[in-house]
Design a protein around this ligand. Structure first.
Ligand SMILES: [Ca+2]
Ligand SMILES: [Ca+2]
Length: 208
């Protein structure tokens, strides 16, 4: 990428990825270009495919749940072309690393609404809770315990009592109890991963 192109891209991304300054946007573009090192097919769309992105989520952000990582990929892949472009990368990271509570609520809801129909259903909760709980030693019939947990969670979050969690329900519940933001599995980086990613990505700060 030549200097002029980089500058233009940086300027436009500074407007859309509003939690980063110009220097940070430029660092993230450079990082993206270094990650995306396999121009195996010249006609291929330039970007991160599912596997490379999941690899970053796993190695850099310590995520382990396949289903959640897949949903995070989809949340980043706004245009749904199965590939994360540089714009999607920077804009996604803006929310992922530094989003406001509003932005994070939208993002988490999108991750947890597995089939994208606008609701987190009993079945979806069951899948996600099962995944995140099975890593711990469980009793005889783990499914029963998870079903109970689904009902408890619904009781807490389903304000309009229609048996599923809409975004309005979710928002209301999270505002009341912030810990519910990641109720169905970690999909945001913890403080340690965030700091270490940022200090690496933004390390060549210009000397003042
Ligand atoms: Ca895309
Ligand atoms: Ca759904």
């Amino acid at each position: 990428m030549n200097r002029k192109k980089l500058q233009k891209l940086t300027e436009s991304l500074c407007k859309s990825a509003k939690h980063f300054n110009k220097f940070e946007v430029e660092c993230l573009i450079k990082l993206f270009n270094n990650l995306d090192v396999e121009p195996s097919d010249r006609h291929a769309i330039v970007g991160l495919d599912r596997n490379s992105f999941r690899n970053i989520l796993h190695v850099t952000f310590g995520m382990t749940d396949d289903m959640i990582m897949d949903r995070v990929f989809r949340a980043f892949d706004k245009d749904n072309d199965s590939c994360i472009s540089v714009t999607e990368w920077v804009e996604g990271l803006s929310i992922f690393l530094r989003g406001t509570l509003e932005e994070k609520m939208k993002y988490c809801f999108e991750v947890y609404d597995l089939n994208g129909d606008g609701y987190i259903s009993r079945e979806e909760m069951f899948h996600m809770l099962k995944n995140s709980l099975l890593k711990q030693p469980s009793e005889e019939d783990p499914d029963e315990g998870i079903k109970d947990l689904v009902e408890i969670t619904l009781k807490k979050m389903d304000y309009d009592h229609d048996g599923k969690v809409s975004f309005v329900d979710f928002e209301k519940a999270v505002r009341e109890e912030n810990l519910l933001l990641e109720a169905f599995g970690p999909c945001l980086p913890d403080m340690k991963c965030r700091m270490s990613f940022e200090s690496q990505a933004f390390q060549d700060a210009p000397e003042l």
